[in-house]
Design a protein around this ligand. Structure first.
Ligand code: ADP
Length: 428
């Protein structure tokens, strides 16, 4: 029966009973009393139904509603349907939740949900295995109290999660883990932990291979270089057509030696095995020396100015900083046409101590800039190779600056020139 029919029957029933009551009242003269009895009986019936409804909803474990008549039968039935629908969606939600739990548990990557203060709200089984977390003890603890590696703590706190951070597992130094945070909702974060030991080992094999090859090439190169030098020294005794080949052999050997040296430097920096060995370094003295060397390299073709605006010191490795700064200054000399101007500077700024090299050379197209620090990346392969660099200079600069907590920044405009700069914190 539809709801409207229940209500129709109810109204019809109430009207008929009231009409009969009125009729009897008219005949007997007790209209008020009879109507009072009818209303009281009707009210009592409703109160009883309300009580049965309350009992069914709160006390009874029965799924089905109690039997009733009239509109109450309709009300009981509607509530029953509503509950059945709720129960179904509850079951569906529980099923989805279970499936989600099972799938995240089966994930090879660890997943940890962090709350507003960085406290652990939930983690899967892989996180337990990779980090040694314990679901009884560690839920609610701040993640940085459990993983205290400074690199990780800095990563969690600084708020820039674009790149993952790689550190050894807190339970086994031989396992390398990559952590990546994704922020969602307002203040929640999902921390994904991946075991990258295999990748790390492959990278190490590659680095060792490059280091070994470069090392092995040094001895034969030294021997060949020795013979070429002897030939160059006794050029007058050689027939004329040998002069050019001997000169070229000398140049190419020099180039191979710089390449091997740069490769060795780069693999040492990449392996990160050697600590920075920090001392107080005075960059203005370092830069003054480099500018003098640059003038020799330029052979008077450029105007090279040193803006010594500060004498502030920084903490770092003098040899590494010399290598980074000289790469930038010598590049400016090599990539700036004759009569160009090169400005080298060391100054105090709001962002920290700034080292910069500014030239008015060819400039670099915007699309090349993010790739300049890749190994062997050249803007114009033919031209740049002829200029004589190894293609490794800026890769070395990038690693050295990273080891000093800084990074290379580049502004450039084609036809106008380029500025290479970086910031450091001064010694307190
Ligand atoms: P290279 O040994 O070839 O100079 P680098 O790693 O030092 O290698 O530089 C990479 C590339 O960046 C260069 O090949 C050149 O194309 C570009 N580059 C570097 N410095 C400058 C500069 N001051 N002006 C224009 N281009 C530059």
């Amino acid at each position: 029966m539809s709801s409207f029919r229940y209500w129709g029957v109810e109204i019809w029933f109430v009207s008929v009973v009231t009409a009969i009551g009125l009729l009897i009242g008219l005949f007997t003269g007790y209209t008020g009393e009879i109507l009072f009895c009818i209303v009281t009986a009707y009210l009592a019936w409703h109160i009883r139904q309300i009580y049965r409804l309350k009992y069914w909803l709160t006390e009874s474990r029965d799924l089905y509603p109690p039997e009733s008549e009239g509109i109450w039968s309709d009300i009981f039935h509607s509530i029953y349907l509503l509950q059945r629908r709720n129960r179904k969606s509850k079951k569906r939600l529980a099923k989805i939740l279970n499936e989600f739990r099972a799938s995240t548990a089966a994930l090879p990557d660890g997943a940890i949900v962090l709350g507003e203060m960085g406290e652990i709200n939930w983690f899967n089984r892989s996180a337990e295995a990779l980090l040694g977390l314990n679901s009884k003890k560690d839920v609610g603890q701040r993640i940085i109290n459990l993983i205290r590696n400074p690199k990780f703590v800095h990563y969690v706190e600084q708020g820039n999660y674009q790149l993952p951070v790689e550190i050894p597992s807190p339970i086994d130094d031989d396992i390398k883990l990559a952590f990546r945070i994704t922020a969602y909702n307002k203040n929640q974060r999902l921390l994904i932990v991946r075991n990258v030991t295999r990748l790390y080992q492959l990278e190490k094999i590659r680095q060792d291979f490059v280091a070994n090859v470069s090392h092995e090439l040094r001895t034969p190169l030294t021997v060949v270089n020795g013979y070429v030098e002897i030939l160059a020294d006794s050029k007058e005794q050689l027939p004329d057509f040998f002069h050019r080949p001997v000169d070229q052999m000398g140049q190419q050997i020099l180039r191979m030696r710089s390449l091997v040296d740069d490769l060795l430097t780069l693999s040492k920096l990449e392996s990160g095995d050697e600590p920075v060995r920090e001392v107080n370094v005075k960059p203005h003295i370092l830069l003054k020396r480099i500018v003098e060397e640059a003038k020799v390299l330029s052979e008077g073709r450029h105007t090279i100015i040193f803006n010594e605006d500060s004498t502030e010191s920084i903490r770092g490795n003098e040899k590494e900083l010399h290598s980074a700064f000289s790469n930038l200054v010598f590049n400016a000399v090599r990539y700036t046409p004759s009569k160009g101007t090169i400005k080298v500077g060391w100054e105090q700024t709001a962002k920290g101590m700034k080292m910069y090299v500014e030239d008015n050379g060819h400039g670099i197209e915007q699309m090349h800039i993010p790739r300049l620090t890749e190994r062997f990346y050249r803007v114009d392969d033919g031209r740049d190779r002829a200029i004589g660099g190894t293609g490794l200079g800026l890769a070395i600069v990038k690693h050295i600056l990273e080891r000093h907590g800084s990074q290379l920044e580049i502004d450039s405009e084609v036809g106008k020139g380029s500025t290479f700069y970086c910031y450091f914190s001064s010694v307190k």
